[in-house]
Design a protein around this ligand. Sequence first.
Ligand code: ADP
Length: 485
Amino acid sequence: MSKDSKKPLSTWNLNPAPESTEHIKLKEQYELFINGEWQKPTAGLYFDTVNPASQEKLANIAHANDADVDKAVKAAREAYTNVWSKMSGKERGKYLFRIARLIQEKAREFAVIETLDGGKPIRESRDIDIPLAANHFFYYAGWADKLEFAFPNKKVESIGVAAQIIPWNFPLLMAAWKIAPALAAGNTVVLKPAETTSLTALKLAEIIEESGLPAGVVNIITGFGDTGSALVNHPDVDKIAFTGSTNVGKMIQKSTAETDKRLTLELGGKSANIIFEDAAIDQAVEGIVNGIFFNQGHVCCAGSRLFVQEGVAAEVIQKLKDRIDTLVVGDPMDKNTDIGAINSQKQWESISKYLELGVNEGNEMYQGKCAIPEKGLYFPPTIFIDVAQSSRLVQEEIFGPVLTIQTFRTVDEVIQKANNTPYGLAAGVWTDKGSKIFNVTSKLRSGVVWANTYNKFDPTSPFGGYKESGFGREGGLHGLASYLK
Ligand code: ADP
């Protein structure tokens, strides 16, 4: 179709290519996985987990209260003291390898459930979330019997019981990021997934059961913020690993201030993508699109602020507009879909408020001309052009498919602007000059900086933030170190 025809390019005649859901067996009701058993919640309370694309209920999920949290922590403590801390690294590694292989065997099932429960495109669950989750288990399985080589000249020891709380944007992957290094280092775990996306963590519990992992080494409990709060405040927890919002992260930090609990926080972000005039523009535009519209912008390290050098601003903005017109928004289960469903009504409303704010501020807005399904929680790819540095759109995390664009002239100016937010999680630099990459990346206050690419993850690479994006690293040897003393 020619670019001049004014029709949205997403009306290319793509035949629907839905992934089958027939082979998926979900239980009607999920209990709590405590001490190797499926236990009913003490208060008998359950909540619904819903498919955000169709709004259909998928299953009942148990709501754990303080008593359930206590049972889970006790089970983890007993397993730590009596079994796991005494087991050789080689034996621990075998279990981790087994879990990794079981995730691979059931990869298709995991991918479909992730998409059903969370709304992310199946292409992404299938090609990114699930393979990376398995890779994290493989990677840390390899370290389990080599801790003295990982940290030469140090005598390392496990910490004890780890409380792990994860968000809804990468449910299985975040569970793998947290559980794999904790177990490799010899700790036991109580993990709480986010309330809107518990299913793949519960599926992981089924695999853990199948792997024969000793009872209590991994406990998976479900619930809302009250469950998370009871878990982090439990006196017998030694280490807390939290990924989620900056607000909750701050609350957790306060509540642990007078304890000797170890804490790592991976919080929000407002990451900058910087395009210099000498960049390969087409590749950069593709990288920007991937950086912010990937996973509906539900990525803490989403490249949500674009800085373009003035000489190429008009070209980049035009190319971006053309590209977002072609994005396919809709059924997450369709393999053609680029942007799936927003994860919850609450999140959809929050993104809409920022949109209203951006329009009221008088910013120029452009939305992709892609067709949006009438039913379900969808949002078109949206860009705001020439936004002021002081705007809330530039300063606050939107966590949706919304990109702000600012221009710059000099390297010093862009570094100053890119660093001028409360966050510091990730950034991207696009340029043809290696020296510029080293100069800029060394001055950006971000935990991760990608050069001429964006959103690339690997189990060997540490990930984490500066400032209000949190502290501590996950992935790689740094990620292992935070589960050892
Ligand atoms: P988001 O805004 O991305 O949903 P949250 O920080 O609210 O992020 O949620 C991330 C995780 O933290 C979820 O598993 C949630 O249930 C949990 N959580 C929410 N409130 C608390 C709290 N006060 N203490 C501990 N965990 C919490």
